[in-house]
Design a protein around this ligand. Structure first.
Ligand SMILES: [Zn+2]
Length: 252
């Protein structure tokens, strides 16, 4: 346990010494809330062919299948609550140490932990609501699910007739410009980037820790397993996220 204490002390010192911290999170912070990592070897995308964005737009069959899968996946997600790791990040935001959280996650758990939405940058969108692809009108999932179960037809927009899709970034869909630009800005402005629970292999998202490091920030990687970017980091901690961050931020 002395090594764990040493890791925690080192991370506390880095946080203490930093004035503007950006937190970058991946699936690993949410697996402790019971949300499966879809990209892991046992995750759904290794067992099912993903539906590409262009197919969703072009085919009603693809849209129906996408919504059918969405509601199956959601059974594991709807009851998930923020865990100790999310709460620790929220505290670091609250005390003004962390200016923004860049996340690859779509589960809304950072918002649910109390972090203001304007300080969260979602690179892969959000799976807890839907949007019209044409006019961007927001739709709640509960009503879509009810209608879909009644008539088995993929939802379309009440206002413009456009296709309604979960507000996530699908395979083959462009990364969101505004979020990418903001994430880039934040990565360049910070003096410490804390990468939590990401295997740091999915680009362009994983480029932000590299960008921060190359621009002079310190880089800390906290992940259960080793990552591709460990050699770049000033501190690497391969441990459970919730217990580690909870100790670091003194949060239960
Ligand atoms: Zn519309």
């Amino acid at each position: 346990m002395d090594e764990a204490r040493d890791d925690i002390a080192q991370l506390q010192a880095l946080i203490e010494g930093a004035s503007q911290i950006v937190v970058f999170t991946g699936a690993g912070i949410s697996t402790e809330s019971g949300i499966p990592d879809f990209r892991s070897p046992t995750g759904i995308w290794s067992q099912t062919t993903p539906i590409y964005f262009e197919d969703f737009v072009a085919s009603e069959t693809a849209r129906r299948e996408a919504w059918r899968r969405k509601f199956v996946i959601d059974r594991d997600i709807v009851d998930a609550e923020p865990n100790r790791g999310h709460r620790a990040v929220a505290k670091l935001v609250r005390v003004g140490k962390v200016t923004s959280v860049i996340t690859q996650n779509i589960d809304n758990l950072h918002q649910n932990s109390g972090i203001p939405a304007k300080q969260i940058i979602e690179l892969h969108g959000n799976g807890t609501y839907a949007n019209c692809l044409t006019c961007r009108t927001r739709y709640e999932l509960g009503r879509i699910k009810e209608a879909f179960e009644a008539d088995d037809r993929p939802p379309s927009c009440t206002f413009c007739g456009g296709h309604v899709k979960a507000a996530t970034i699908s395979f083959g869909q462009a990364m969101p410009d505004a979020e990418m630009a903001r994430a880039r800005q934040e990565a360049l402005a910070c003096d410490l980037l804390l990468a939590i629970g990401s295997s740091l292999v999915v680009y362009p998202a994983a480029g932000f820790p590299v960008l921060a490091k190359e621009n002079g920030a310190q880089l800390v990687i906290l992940n259960r397993e080793a990552t591709d970017l460990d050699r770049l980091a000033d501190l690497v901690i391969n441990r459970e996220i919730g217990p580690t961050l909870g100790e670091v931020a003194d949060v239960n």
